[in-house]
Design a protein around this ligand. Sequence first.
Ligand code: ADP
Ligand SMILES: N[C@@H](CCOP(=O)(O)O)C(=O)O
Length: 319
Amino acid sequence: MAVFTSVSLDDVQPWIAQFPLGRALALKGIASGIENSNFFLTTERGEYVLTIFENLDFEQLPFYLQLMRHLAGHGVLVPAPVPNDKGELCVALHGKPAAIVSKLEGSSELAPQPVHCAGVGAMLARMHLAGRDFPLHQPNLRGLAWWHFATPAVLPHMPEPEAALLRAEMHFQEAFHGSDLYKRLQQGPVHADLFRNNVMFDGERLTGFFDFYFAGCDTWLFDVAVTVNDWCVDLDTGVLDEARVRAFLDAYHAVRPFTADEQEAWQPMLRAGALRFWLSRLYDLHQPRAAEMLTPHDPTHFERILRERIATPAPGLAA
Ligand SMILES: Nc1ncnc2c1ncn2[C@@H]1O[C@H](COP(=O)(O)OP(=O)(O)O)[C@@H](O)[C@H]1O
Ligand SMILES: N[C@@H](CCOP(=O)(O)O)C(=O)O
C-alpha cells in the first residue's frame, strides 16, 4: 500500500495554504508502505511527500518529526519536515494527523552490494551519535511490551511447530531483555525499521533514510540487528551474506566503535530483530486493516531468518 485515507488535489488546496509551498500542482498516492497513507506532492516550490498518519496520534508525532528535524540539523541525511505558518510540523487533514516532508532523491536499492551496506552502516552510526542530545523520549512502540501484546493475538492462528518456536523465542528474549548485559547496552533514538525500502540511493551515493514512524528509544544494537537482518540477508534462504555483513559492520564500527558488551549481545540481538518483524507480520496478517492498496508482508520470511539465526552464529561485530 497503502492509501488508507483518500485525498484529492481539491482537498489539499485550501489546506496547503498554511505552508510556505505555494499552490499544490499534483498529488499522487504511493502504493508501497504498509503503515501510513503517503502521497507525492508537487507544489510551486518543489517536490514533497505528504503523509497522513493512520496509527499515530498528535501526541506521538512530535517525537518522530522533531527527531527528523534534529538529525537533519546534525548532518544526517533524512527528510526535513516543513513547518506551517504557526511553526507546527503536524496538522490535521481529514481529521487525521498529517505532515509534509522534503522528497529524497533517488530510489531504493533492493539488491544491495557491500558498497551500499557500508554506506548504510556508516550513516546509521552517525545517526546514533547525532541522536545522543535529542531531548524527547519515546519507547520503541514495537519493543518487548508490544511483543507481549501481539503474541497471544497471533498464537491461535498458528500451527503448533511455529507456535512452539514463537513461545520459546519469547521466553529466550524475556531472559535476554532482563539480563544485566542487556541493561548495560547503549541506548538512544533508533530508526528500528531501516529496511532496504526505507533508504534512498542515487547509484552508490546514499541520499537519505526515511520512514521514521517506528523510531523510538531502544538499544543502538537492536537498530544494527534489524538493519543487518534486512540489508545483508539472502532473501531466499535467510542466510547472512558475509561480505555485506562485514562491509556494514566495519563501516559502522569506524564511526562508532562497538563495545565489548555489544559483541556479547550480538547473536541474541539478531534473534530479537528477527522476532520483532516475524511478530508484526503475523499480527498484520491475522488482524488486517482496511486499505485501498494494501499488500501484507510475508511472515515466513522472518520465521526463516529467526530459525537461521538460532542455528548459525552470524559474523561477529568486529573483524
Ligand atoms: N521523504 C521521501 N522522499 C522520497 N520518497 C519517499 C519519502 N517518503 C516516502 N517516500 C516514498 O513513499 C513510499 C512509502 O513510504 P513509507 O514511509 O515506506 O510508507 P509507510 O509509512 O506506509 O510504510 C516509499 O517507498 C518511497 O517510495
Ligand atoms: N519493514 C517492515 C514493515 C514496515 O513497513 P514499511 O514500509 O514502513 O517499512 C516489514 O518488512 O515487515
